[in-house]
Structures are given as C-alpha cells and as structure tokens.
Design a protein around this ligand. Structure first.
Ligand SMILES: *[C@@H]1O[C@H](CO)[C@@H](O)[C@H](O)[C@H]1NC(C)=O
Length: 398
C-alpha cells in the first residue's frame, strides 16, 4: 500500500515536471520566434541603402486636429468630405500626407532628424521623409579601412531616423544632371517636387524647435492641393519665404524647376520666387491668423513690455532658431556673446533662452551630439592672430 502511494506520488512529480518542462519549452520557442522577427526587422532597418519605409507596427492613432484650422488654404471650400469627417479622420489618407526634411550637407542632418523626431513624439499621423544626397551612400563599403568619423556619424543618424523615428529615407540627385555631387550647392529644395507619391508635403526650414504638431497636421489635412503655399517673407505678402512650404509635388512642377535651375545657378529662394508668384502662392491669411505658425527667434528682440512667454508658447507652432550674429543653435556661443544678442525684455529673454536650451538638450537626446565649438570672428577679420593664439595654446599643452 505504502509502496503504491509512493509511486503515485512519484508519478505526479514526474507529471508536473513534464508540464513545467513543456511550458518552459513553449515559452522559449515563442520568445525565440519573436526575437528572430525582431532581428529581421532590425536588419531591415539598419540598411540605409534601401529607401524603403519600415512598416509602421502600431495602428495610426486618430490625429488631434484643431477644428479652428478646418478651413482650406486659399479659402476655397473644396476639401474631400465634410469637416466633421475629416476631423474624425475618416476621409483622409494619411499615407499621402507628410513632412519632409532636406539635408544638403552633413551639418544639417542632425537638425533635420530632430524635427522628424519631434513630429514622431508629438504623434503626428503623417509620414516623415528625409532627403539627403545620394552621394552619401556611394562610399559605404569601400572605405571600411579608412575610419571617417563624419561618415560614421552620418550613417548612425540616418539609421536613427529610420529605426527610432520611422522616417523614410530618400536619396536625392543633384538638381542639374552632372553637377558635382559633393557640393551642397548642387542640391536643391526643388527635389521636394520629385516626391510625387505624396499629395501634400510640409517642409520646415531648420534648425528650429517645434512646439505644436497638431496645428501643422491640421494645415496638411485641411488644405487644398496647390503647387505651392509658402509662408510669406513679410506681413505685406509680397514675396514667399522658405521657412515653411506646403506643396503638392508633381512631375510638371519638378521639370519646370529643374529647367529653370539648369539655365542659371541660383539659390532656392530665388528659384522659388521666380517660379511661384506671390501672393497667389502664399499660405492664406486666414490660416496664419491662428497664431505664430512660424516665428524667427531674432524677432523676440523686438518684444515690448507686455510680452507673455506662456502665451507665446501656447500660440506658436514652430520657432526657427535664427539670429544673424551666430551661425546656428548647433554652436556653443560663449556666455558673453550670448548676453549681447539675447532679448532685453525679461519674458522674451526667458522664452529665447528656453528655446536654445531645448534645442541643445534635444540635440544630445536625438543625435547624441554636443554643441560645436565656436569662436566669434574678429571684427577686422584678424583670423591670423586667433590662429596663432590657438597654436600657442596647443603648444602650451604639449
Ligand atoms: C500670460 O498668459 C497666460 C496664458 O495665456 C495667462 O494665464 C497669464 O495670466 C498671463 N500672464 C500675465 C502676466 O499676463
């Protein structure tokens, strides 16, 4: 009897051990399958050669759209479906709407990725596209022996854009066939018009800080498709600027721009002004009356006494960090020089410093990059004495 009880106890122990083993095996196998899938999608993501988007894994959430933006650019009442349908996200194909950034040279890449990162984190449902010179891909394999820190940072940032922020990489050709593909000036914003698989695209001129993506999402969603709807250069609406462009890419526009640009070298601003007449090609006044869609940091210096930093933050969509005395927010401007150019008014100064500080922190978070060193150029252009001073410092260290 005792023997029998014992063996049935043994049986149940063996039985439970078997069950535990089977469950463990099942867990291991499912984990293994998941891991393999993850590794495959990682491998796919790591290849910047393929300008293919990663399939978006999570379902697209309905956008936060402001009803106040629900009026088409140009005031024309021809939108697809009713405003209510659009707000519910029913009649919109977000795969055909997007934000595009263009890096023509290495120093612009981080700021471009940062803007796409902001859009990703603010949960914009539109696509994110990053254009960069095709020439950057040409040297990926042959130069393995020769370590090039700039190229390795570039590749790392392109991978980050795809992997972490779901961007689509689009390598671009020089705007004039046969131009030197190693020069930034051979590339043009006109290449935006080659992205004809998109219905509407918004381009923002970096570097800058995005404060509110929903206003821009609304602009994308509620606008009619026009070849060009640009942010005006001045309130008088006589010229367009390239601070913000809302475009409808088409083969015709692309060919026209390419032809004009081939006839004479010119900057993008001049090219666009020559091709698209103002005020017809400007964003409607109505859309701009909603707040500061684009604001330039240097304007904060004009702020008067009752400037309110909180209200500014709430009504502003995008701030382009541009102060003419310094090359950009990517540079570490010494405190004494910053004091000279920052706004005098208390609240405006607070807003200004917060923007530059936000940029600095985001640059580290997104790109893993510190600010670049910068030295104020001497007024009389005595570069020589500066160089000598630096050389002396180096010699001193040795
Ligand atoms: C600044 O604006 C915010 C929000 O618009 C408001 O709540 C606050 O009272 C304003 N502050 C001042 C000093 O006017």
């Amino acid at each position: 009897m005792a023997k029998l009880l014992l063996s049935s106890g043994q049986v149940s122990v063996i039985f439970s051990a078997a069950i535990v083993f089977l469950f463990t095996l099942a867990l291991f196998l499912s984990g293994y399958v998941l891991q393999q899938r993850y590794v495959h999608s990682l491998q796919a993501a790591i290849k910047p050669r393929l300008p293919k988007p990663l399939p978006v894994s999570k379902p697209i959430e309905p956008p936060t759209l402001d009803a106040k933006w629900a009026r088409p650019v140009g005031g024309r009442p021809e939108v697809d479906g009713t405003i209510d349908q659009i707000i519910a996200g029913e009649s919109l194909d977000w795969t055909r709407l997007g934000y595009v950034q263009v890096a023509k040279e290495f120093v612009e890449l981080c700021s471009a990725v940062m803007l796409l990162a902001d859009l990703h984190e603010m949960k914009s449902p539109a696509r994110r596209i990053l254009m960069f010179p095709k020439a950057w891909l040409a040297t990926t394999e042959d130069d393995e022996e020769e370590y090039n820190p700039q190229m390795s940072t570039t590749r790392r940032l392109l991978r980050t854009a795809v992997r972490r922020y779901g961007a689509t990489l689009v390598p671009m050709d020089t705007i004039v066939d046969g131009d030197d593909d190693s020069l930034a000036s051979s590339y043009s914003l006109a290449s935006l018009y080659s992205l004809t698989s998109y219905e509407r695209l918004i381009y923002l001129h970096g570097p800058g800080v995005l404060l509110d993506a929903s206003a821009l999402d609304s602009l994308l969603a509620f606008s009619t498709s026009e070849p060009m709807a640009a942010f005006p250069a001045t309130p008088e609406r006589k010229d367009l600027s390239t601070s913000l462009l809302l475009i409808h890419p088409s083969r015709e526009s692309f060919q026209q721009l390419k032809k004009t640009r081939s006839s004479a070298p010119m900057a993008d601003l001049a090219l666009f002004r020559q091709t698209f007449a103002a005020p017809e090609s400007l964003i409607s006044e109505w859309s701009l009356s909603m707040g500061n869609v684009v604001y330039e940091s240097q304007k904060l210096r004009d702020a008067v006494e009752d400037f309110n930093a909180t209200a500014f933050q709430e009504t502003t969509t995008y701030v382009r960090l541009s102060d003419p005395e310094i090359p950009g927010p990517e540079y570490d401007v010494p405190y004494a020089d910053r004091v000279q150019i920052r706004p005098k008014e208390d609240q405006a100064r607070e807003a200004w410093e917060r923007l530059y500080e936000t940029f600095r922190q985001r640059r580290m978070e997104v790109c893993g990059l510190d600010l670049e060193p910068w030295m104020k150029p001497d007024e009389e252009g005595t570069d020589e004495s500066q160089k000598e001073a630096q050389e002396e410092a180096v010699v001193g260290e040795l």
